[in-house]
Design a binder for this molecule. Structure first.
Ligand code: HAM
Length: 464
């Protein structure tokens, strides 16, 4: 609280001194503000590629019956605590808390916030989507499964490094209401099809598969892992020893090489599945085999979120990635709807990380920029042509043609340079002669072909 008070030392929630006589140095400080650590801007060519990436994903997933959903960027903190799990790194260390101005004042005054006022930026999409499904009863009893897809920013206060950001973009799907293994296999096939369609070479990807069991078989297994960790207490890090009490399976995720070496010999969940889970797992594998999807079974794959039951999977790429090599992952979560207060509703989903996919695409030599393009640039020879050019570009735009003109009084030569820079396919030059004749020359910038076009038919000529 003391730190908060110091940070927000001035009244108001912004923390800025709103005093009118801002000094020159303070102004300079404001000018130099950069994007926060672990975030970055998507500049025009990059933002256009994100649009293309998301549209391609949605087009792929729509073929499998998925429909878009949008949920808020922040939710009640309790949703993530209950859904993702209090002992996970994501919830215990990496959440960004969102505090409104009024609530900040209450906190500073030492008041406790009601749970509905305790808000966090979403670290992932699943909890919010499941909350929305429950809140709006999107899977009525006996109804068809809800197949939902989403794309957008997620927030995790992790230490930034290559492929690990504080704000990153995910594209994901959630299917609620069906527990059949066909749902699991279909989602995995769809994910792999998308990765290949967007340009990640199939040979660069490794699909890891495991089963986490269910509430019948996992408790006994968890106990076994707890005892295993206790028996190797002295060889493992402090955090893993602490994990043994709260959630021993998290020890499989430990990055410490000594812990990893010990955990390589830990009991394997796959040897301790109940009959139903084993049957489910075998069926998922059968469907994947039939579809020709290659996978590696990895009994250490436990994923970093606590809601998983049965199938879990992750796609990794080594080429160009560094240590953050998972480009996507997901699994089944048959208990999550109940955790957030809904009726028992089985579910399965995955999310893929856009920025990591871009790294994988770049490593494979694929293009991740969409070049700027323009159908037409109108060059004005002098000011007498400006009014007619202004009306002409407007008519062209209304007809669906992407076009532009100079807005800075540039010379003819630099208008041509600008047209080139903007990637214009055609350039039309307008001057007193063209205005008098009522027609002008349309020049194809690629082939250098020229043809005369009546000024009032330019839009039709280009949109044809
Ligand atoms: P996740 O494995 O935590 O799963 O995240 C999915 C993907 O998001 C990762 O494979 C990675 O590509 C990307 N990602 C995660 N954290 C970062 C980060 N800090 N910086 C950049 N990229 C990152 C989930 O989020 C689950 N909600 C997936 C799911 C959906 N399970 C069931 N339904």
């Amino acid at each position: 609280l003391g730190e908060l008070r110091a940070f927000f030392r001035v009244s108001g929630a912004t923390g800025y001194n709103t005093n009118a006589d801002t000094t020159c140095n303070e102004r300079k400080r404001i000018m130099a503000i950069q994007a926060p650590e672990g975030t970055f801007d998507l500049l025009p060519g990059e933002a256009a590629f994100w649009d293309h990436f998301r549209a391609t994903a949605f087009d792929t997933f729509a073929r499998y019956g998925y429909h878009p959903i949008e949920t808020p960027l922040f939710e009640q903190t309790d949703l993530f605590v209950r859904g993702i799990g209090e002992a996970t790194d994501v919830v215990s260390k990496e959440m960004f808390t969102a505090i409104s101005g009024g609530n900040m004042q209450k906190l500073l005054a030492g008041e406790k916030l009601k749970s509905k006022s305790r808000l966090s930026l979403r670290p992932e999409g699943t909890a919010g989507v499941v909350r929305a499904v429950v809140q709006h009863n999107l899977v009525p009893q006996g109804g068809a499964p809800a197949k939902l897809m989403y794309a957008g920013p997620m927030f995790r206060a992790e230490r930034p490094q290559k492929g690990r950001l504080r704000q990153f973009r995910q594209v994901g799907i959630e299917c609620l209401g069906a527990e059949e293994p066909t749902v699991d296999a279909e989602a995995i096939i769809m994910l792999m099809r998308f990765f290949v369609r967007i340009g990640i070479p199939a040979g660069d990807m490794r699909l890891l598969l495991n089963s986490m069991g269910c509430e019948k078989c996992r408790p006994a297994y968890r106990e076994m892992v707890r005892e295993f960790i206790r028996a190797h207490e002295s060889e493992m890090c402090e955090e893993c020893n602490r994990r043994a009490d709260i959630n021993p399976l998290r020890a499989f995720d430990c990055k410490n090489s000594e812990c990893a070496a010990v955990m390589a010999n830990a009991p394997k969940i796959i040897d301790h599945l109940c009959d139903d889970c084993r049957e489910h797992y075998e069926a998922v594998k059968r469907y994947l085999d039939a579809a020709g999807i290659a996978y590696e079974e990895d009994s250490k794959l436990v994923r970093g979120l606590d809601y998983y039951t049965r199938t879990v999977f992750e796609v990794q790429v080594d080429n160009g990635m560094g240590s953050q090599n998972a480009i996507g992952g997901g699994g089944r979560y048959d208990k999550l709807a109940e955790e957030v207060g809904g009726r028992a509703t089985p579910g399965l989903g995955f999310a893929l990380g856009y920025e990591r996919c871009v790294l994988a695409l770049e490593a494979a030599g694929a293009d991740t920029l969409v070049a700027r393009g323009l159908d037409l640039f109108v060059v004005c020879v002098d000011d007498s042509a400006r009014d007619r050019a202004f009306a002409l570009v407007q008519a062209c735009r209304d007809a669906g043609v992407q076009c532009d003109m100079d807005h800075q009084g540039r010379s003819v030569k630099s208008q041509f340079k600008l047209a080139d820079k903007l990637g214009a396919n055609f350039v039309m030059t307008l001057g007193p002669d063209e205005l008098a004749a009522g027609e002008a020359t349309l020049r194809n910038m690629l082939t250098h072909e020229e043809r005369a076009v009546a000024l009032d038919t330019v839009a039709a000529a280009l949109s044809a």
